[in-house]
Design a protein around this ligand. Sequence first.
Ligand SMILES: Cc1cc2nc3c(=O)[nH]c(=O)nc-3n(C[C@H](O)[C@H](O)[C@H](O)COP(=O)(O)OP(=O)(O)OC[C@H]3O[C@@H](n4cnc5c(N)ncnc54)[C@H](O)[C@@H]3O)c2cc1C
Length: 483
Amino acid sequence: MMQEDAFAMVTQSHESRLTISPAHIAALRGMLGPKGFSDDAQRIAAKCQDWRGRYQGHTGLLALPGDVEGVSRLVAYCASHQIAILPQGGNTGLVGGSTPQGEVLVSLERMNRVRGIDPLNATLSVDAGVILQTVQETAAAADALFPLSLGSQGSATIGGLISTNAGGVAVLRYGMMRDLVLGLEVVLPDGRVLNTMRGLRKDNTGLDLKQLFIGAEGTLGVITGAVLKLFPRPGAISTAFLALDRIADAPALLRLCQHRSGGSVTAFEIMPHRGLELVLQHIPQSRAPLETASPWYVLVEISTLNEELADTLLAAMLESAFENGLIRDGVVAHNQQQSAALWGLRENLPEAERAYGKAVKHDVSVPISSVADFIRQADQIVREHFSEAEIIAFGHVGDGNIHYNVSAAPDQQTVLWQRAEAITESVYDCALALGGSISAEHGIGILKKDDLANRYPLEAEMMGIIRRALDPGRIMNPRMMVD
Ligand SMILES: Cc1cc2nc3c(=O)[nH]c(=O)nc-3n(C[C@H](O)[C@H](O)[C@H](O)COP(=O)(O)OP(=O)(O)OC[C@H]3O[C@@H](n4cnc5c(N)ncnc54)[C@H](O)[C@@H]3O)c2cc1C
């Protein structure tokens, strides 16, 4: 079969799955019961628009199942009638993966129970619709820590975070979501329930099947529950905001901080001076933390047993960094309020960027040792495409993840967007040439589907094989990730 014919077949079959007949909608509503779906136009509209306002969708049915049995019945019906499904959590995903285009939209919002906590096993079991902040608060109430932390934590759900294998600011110490999941409950594409809700740190009973669903973006099943790992809560957290002359010094500074603090660094974030300027301009109540400007800043956080130890370690770290010429200035937070103000400068950067204007955004990663090379090479090539580019490269450099955003003054926006595709291709070329990735933590969704197919052909083919084996009718998120 010609490649185009095969593609036409795939496209055609997607479309037929995306059209739900009124009879099927009526049958599904009857099955879900009055609480199990919604007709409310406003509620549906909010779930059909993505967080960045880039994707606008629609659905014939918003399903709101209340338990795993409800999800299982719904999926089994859809499988036997070839109806497409799109699971949704907090709708904060950034790659278009949670916007329906005709699929039955399965919201997990009613599945929001904390199922149980086992302090001695250091595990927490939850429904997949529980919001991250609730998980953090539940852990804290039991004097434990659930370390995943990111800007969308007030809305993002455990199911969505697992499905996108989310990262955030504490990855260098605790890992990504994949590292924090011990067990899963998943409704498979035929409606059967896979239950691996075992809170075990050691479990070598063959293949670790739960790993398939972590980062699968809803293409292999609906996650309905999870067992999460908990950690001891640090007694003290100290934050410092440091000024650097050269981004090239950041990896050596990270290494020094790790060594001097006995591996206690929990966050290591960079931002350029232009980023700080935007925050000071657009975010009310934000204040410059240092008297003089520097090209780059690092926000470093260490977590330790008690404040005395934190102060001692931080002082030793900074003294050594000054002595080695890695930093030129710095400020240490002396209380929680000051720490929140320093974190605000970093966390409000995306908001400040948004207020300034649209940006061509890239979520890439490279080995930590190549961060400076990446930024230098990408800056050079982006400016060859567009000399007026304003580049804001910031993010979780402690784990090699850079949010490399290219913006422009309001009167240059049209030119920027005319060159956006060429800019993105070049940024991805630079990341890959340095052994990096075109998607560090946001996933593939719709946004990067073609890039995955074109730049990782064998991996995309293998993902397709797994997908066809588990979901031969291709009802789960059919437009997403790989064909
Ligand atoms: C302000 C902001 C800051 C962010 N910061 C970070 C960050 O620092 N690090 C980072 O990694 N990400 C970040 N993100 C993006 C991040 O991916 C999401 O916030 C989160 O992981 C998605 O969770 P959600 O519940 O909103 O999922 P949704 O957006 O609803 O869904 C995301 C994907 O998962 C699928 N899905 C959702 N629930 C399920 C389920 N139960 N079973 C199967 N599939 C499911 C969906 O179909 C979709 O493909 C940020 C987003 C925002 C808006």
